[in-house]
Structure formats: structure tokens, C-alpha cells
Design a protein around this ligand. Structure first.
Ligand SMILES: O=P(O)(O)OC[C@H]1O[C@](O)(CO)[C@@H](O)[C@@H]1O
Length: 533
């Protein structure tokens, strides 16, 4: 299945992307517009036969069949025996969705209405803390129970008109200590967000928050809410059922912010804007299900990813939003993509014969330009870049700054494409008066190889709807890449070993057990830390 792609990669790996623009209207051929979004992949070296080979991979992997299986609630997460239906969380008012023959939508809608009612009560002051109206909300969660809502709350700042939201994730006591400083427990609502309600970091931080609140609030439980699929544990922990918002095991942690895990966002922006966020995602779901693959945004994004990673062997990709409010998007996508597609075996347990998903990283522009773009432009390894930028910002008075932002975004992809060759670099340095060996030496440092691939996503403005579209597009991109690789994108066994070892290390670090059986490095580190305490 991969031979064709690999022979095309051998043939085309080094060809000039710029020269591809000489034939026909490449921009028109290699960009897709849908519902306000414009995805341009013309600055990659994908063209006719590469695209055909990539689309053939979709056929060979039966992406269409697997897509149908996902939306139909089949148990495509087959190492855990679970359906994968985060799409149901944003299917509000939509068609029934069946799991094991039962329509899950009535329960999804019911929970959603409870969330709306609770969020409205908090925002309008009907739900109060011991000291009055809730001013602050702390979401305690980690991974998918943190990254999504934390990312969205920043992204939608212009829409925030509710209580201040804080996000605590790290088991490092510094995180919760710094967050609690300055907060008034009598007007703070604590949300414990954990699908399993057993995650050690979250439960430890929740306990710390409970102690902090108990110093000033008699009935601490009244100011706690839980977001979880483990209602037994939320009950044991003492959170009253009316403030427990549940979801089923067919919602994966890293895909969960569309439902109860998004409660902090709903509290911040209000139910109406949260609904718009879901509507954007639902619109992308529809596009993903209906558009032909050759014009399907998530499919194209996935194919670009497959070409760069499995085809050309580029091990990483940078996500570079030219939008300060998307500062946490790269971290969010890191979990979504790397926890989903960082797998070494296919569904049947056989080792992959191609690379698994790439390393995903990034920072917003223009900040990244002054940090790591040096390597992207002149380093020896190629880093495919995924730029994104809004046509307008939310600050009409600062439109000139937005124009500068856009200019920088476009300049970077242009620079990556064109580069600067030795003759140009030499002419520039000669014009500055250099000559001879020094001219040659200095010019060499100013050469940009160029021919470095990038894509650009242009969106009208970062509204809740648009953010929903973008995130859902990435979710489906991960699905398509995973389907082509033949892996299960919805389990995460790779996080388990470290968790198990950490539990065993705690008593050793405390001096209650010895280091027998530990490797020399770990034993040495334990000894040093124990001695330094
Ligand atoms: O919501 P929970 O159950 O606390 O899990 C948090 C995170 O931990 C993980 O299971 C990985 O450790 C993620 O997949 C998940 O998002």
C-alpha cells in the first residue's frame, strides 16, 4: 500500500515547489474553501500524481468505511471495546446516534440542558458561594480534562463575561498554590474534571483545594462540581449528584471538551457562545462526512501530514497560529495528535512498517519568529509548518497591528518557499562592500535553502463558531491519519507504564522501601534526592 508513495517521495522529494507554480493555477488547484475557511496547501510539493496516490491510500485503508463506523457508534476503539462518539456531544438537535442499539442523544441533550441551567445560575448569581456570587472558577483536571477548556477559554477571551476561570493541572504543588493565592474560597467554585475520577494529579489537587476551602467555608461540598463518567467515585468523594455532569466511555479524554468537560468554558462565555462553538464543530462534522475526499478539509490536512511524515520522512510538524489567543492550541494539538497517533502497532497488533504520527509542536506567531524560526529556515532538517491566521481580529482600533501580523504570517511561508540563494546573498553582501574570501564566507551564512513546505489556514475571525470548526477539523485529521496507518487512535496505553512506576517509586523516595531491582541511574537519583531533603 505504501510502495507508490515511497517511489513518489524518492522521485519528488527534492523538486522545486516554486516551479510547480509555473504550470496552471496552482493556488486554485491546491486550495479549498469551505464555510469561510480557506486551506492552502499549494506551498507543498504535492501535485496531481502525489495527490492521487494519497487519495488511493484513503481507499486502500477504507477511510470512508471507518468514518461511517465511527459516526455510527461502532466500537472502533477496539482495545478498550468502546465507540468513539465525541461528535455526538455537538450533535445537539441532530439525528439519533446509537451505541449498542440505544440512542445516546436524549441523555446527551439532558446533560447539556443541566449544564446550561447550572452555568446560567452561576453567571446570574442564583447559585452562590458562602460569600455570595461566584467570582472565580477553578477547573482541576489534567490532559484532556484541562488542555481543551484551558485552550478555549483563552481563545475566546473577547466573549468572556462570566466568572474568572483558572486551570490547575500539574501535581506540582506550585501550580495550585500559585492559583489559590489571592482567591477568596467563599466565592470560588471548584470543578473537579476527570473522566475516570482516579487520576492521581487531579485527585491530589482536588484534595488540596478542599482543604483550602474548608478553612473558610463550612459546607465545602456545596462549592464543588464534578465532570466525570465515574459517578460512583464522585459520590464517594462527596459531590452531590445535582452538580455532577456525566459522560459515557465513548468520549475520549482528549476529545471531551464539547460536553461536560467544557463546563468552565460555558461558565466563562455563557451558554449561547458555547453553543456556537459546538455548532462550528458540528458544521465541520457534516463537511467531513459529506465532502468528496479531494475537497474535504480534514482529509486534505491529513494527506499533507501523511505525505510529509510517512512519505518524505519529516519527523515533526509545527503548528503556528498567527493569533495570540491560540497560544495553547499547539499544546492542545500535541495531546490530541501525539496521544492518538503515537502508536507502534496496527489494530491487529503487528508492528507498523511506516512511521507513526509526527512530533507536533509550535507557538503563536510572531513570537516564534524570534525564537525557533531560525532552525525552520536554516536548520538541516525540514519542518513542515502549518500556519493559521484570521482575516480580522477583535480589536478594530488596532487593525494596523493585525495587518502587521498577517504580513508576518504570509512573509514566513513565502520565505520558506523561496529562500535566498547564494547569488542573491552574495549580491547583498557585495553591496555592503565585502569582497573576496570574506564576501564568500559571509554570504554563505545568509543563504536560505527555501523549498520548505507549509500550509496556511485562513479564517474570517476567531469566533466561537470558527474555533469549533478548526478544532473539529484537526480531530478528523487525526482520525484520517490514524485510519490510513491502520492504528487505534483512541486508546493511550503508552501513558500507563510511567504511571505504574511512579506509584511504586513514591514509597521508595519516602525511604519506606529500598531501591533493589532499580537500574543504577534511578537508584543514584533516588539516593541523591533522599540525601538532599
Ligand atoms: O480525565 P482523566 O480520567 O483524569 O484523565 C486525564 C488524562 O489522562 C490520560 O488518560 C492520559 O494519562 C489522558 O488521556 C486523559 O485526558
Amino acid at each position: 500500500m505504501w510502495e507508490k508513495l515511497s517511489s513518489l517521495a524518492d522521485a519528488y522529494g527534492d523538486r522545486s515547489i516554486l516551479s510547480l507554480f509555473e504550470a496552471g493555477d496552482r493556488f486554485a488547484d491546491c486550495s479549498v474553501s469551505h464555510d469561510g475557511l480557506l486551506f492552502d496547501y499549494s506551498k507543498t510539493n504535492i501535485c496531481g500524481d502525489v495527490k492521487a496516490a494519497l487519495l488511493a491510500l484513503c481507499e486502500a485503508a477504507d477511510v470512508a468505511g471507518r468514518r461511517a463506523a465511527m459516526f455510527e457508534g461502532q466500537k472502533i476503539n477496539d482495545t478498550e471495546g468502546r465507540a468513539v462518539l465525541h461528535t455526538a456531544l455537538r450533535n445537539l438537535g441532530g439525528a439519533p446516534v446509537y451505541v449498542d442499539g440505544q440512542d445516546v442523544m436524549p441523555e446527551v441533550e439532558r446533560t447539556y440542558r443541566r449544564m446550561e441551567a447550572f452555568a446560567t445560575d452561576v453567571r446570574e448569581g442564583r447559585f452562590q458561594g458562602a460569600g455570595g456570587k461566584i467570582t472565580d472558577v477553578i477547573n482541576i483536571g489534567i490532559g484532556g480534562s484541562d488542555l481543551g477548556p484551558a485552550m478555549v477559554e483563552i481563545a475566546l477571551k473577547p466573549y468572556v463575561d462570566g466568572p474568572r476561570c483558572h486551570f490547575v493541572s500539574n501535581v506540582d504543588g506550585a501550580h495550585i498554590a500559585d492559583t489559590l493565592k489571592g482567591l477568596d474560597p467563599t466565592t470560588t467554585l471548584v470543578i473537579v474534571a476527570s473522566k475516570t475520577f482516579t487520576t492521581i494529579e487531579t485527585m491530589t489537587n482536588a484534595e488540596t483545594a478542599r482543604k483550602w476551602m474548608a478553612e473558610k467555608v463550612k459546607n465545602t461540598g456545596a462549592q464543588f462540581a464534578a465532570l466525570s463518567s465515574n459517578t460512583e467515585k464522585t459520590g464517594e468523594w462527596g459531590i452531590a449528584p445535582e452538580r455532577v455532569f456525566g459522560f459515557e466511555d465513548w468520549v475520549g479524554g482528549r476529545y471531551s471538551m464539547w460536553g461536560p468537560i467544557g463546563l468552565s468554558v460555558m461558565l466563562a462565555v455563557g451558554p449561547e457562545d458555547f453553543r456556537a462553538f459546538l455548532a462550528g464543530a458540528a458544521a465541520m462534522d457534516k463537511h467531513f462526512r459529506e465532502a468528496p475526499f479531494a475537497e474535504n478539509l480534514p482529509v486534505l490536512l491529513a494527506l499533507v501530514g501523511i505525505w510529509h511524515n510517512q512519505g518524505l520522512g519529516y519527523a515533526t510538524r509545527a503548528v503556528l497560529p498567527y493569533e495570540q489567543r491560540l497560544a495553547r492550541l499547539p499544546a492542545y494539538l500535541q495531546q490530541m495528535e501525539m496521544e492518538s497517533n503515537g502508536k507502534r502497532v496496527s489494530m491487529d497488533g503487528a508492528e507498523l512498517t511506516v512511521n507513526s504520527g509526527p512530533v507536533v509542536w509550535g507557538e503563536p506567531g510572531t513570537n516564534g519568529q524570534h525564537a525557533f524560526y531560525q532552525l525552520i529556515h536554516q536548520g538541516t532538517r525540514v519542518v513542515p509548518c502549518e500556519f493559521m491566521v484570521g482575516v480580522v481580529g477583535h480589536e478594530p482600533d488596532l487593525a494596523h497591528q493585525h495587518d502587521l501580523l498577517v504580513a508576518n504570517c504570509l512573509a514566513q511561508s513565502e520565505a520558506l518557499l523561496r529562500g535566498r540563494d547564494l547569488s542573491e546573498a552574495t549580491a547583498i553582501m557585495a553591496a555592503k562592500g565585502l569582497e573576496g574570501a570574506e564576501l564568500a564566507r559571509q554570504a554563505a551564512h545568509r543563504v536560505f535553502p527555501g523549498n520548505r513546505p507549509s500550509t496556511t489556514l485562513v479564517y474570517p475571525k476567531l469566533t466561537p463558531f470558527v474555533l469549533g470548526q478548526i478544532v473539529a477539523m484537526y480531530e478528523h485529521r487525526v482520525f484520517v491519519e490514524g485510519a490510513i496507518l491502520g492504528i487505534n487512535s483512541y486508546d493511550q496505553w503508552g501513558v500507563e507504564l510511567g504511571k505504574e512506576l511512579a506509584l511504586k517509586l513514591s514509597p521508595i523516595l519516602a525511604g519506606e522501601e529500598g531501591t533493589e531491582g532499580k537500574d543504577g541511574s534511578t537508584a543514584g537519583l533516588i539516593a541523591a534526592i533522599r540525601a538532599g531533603k
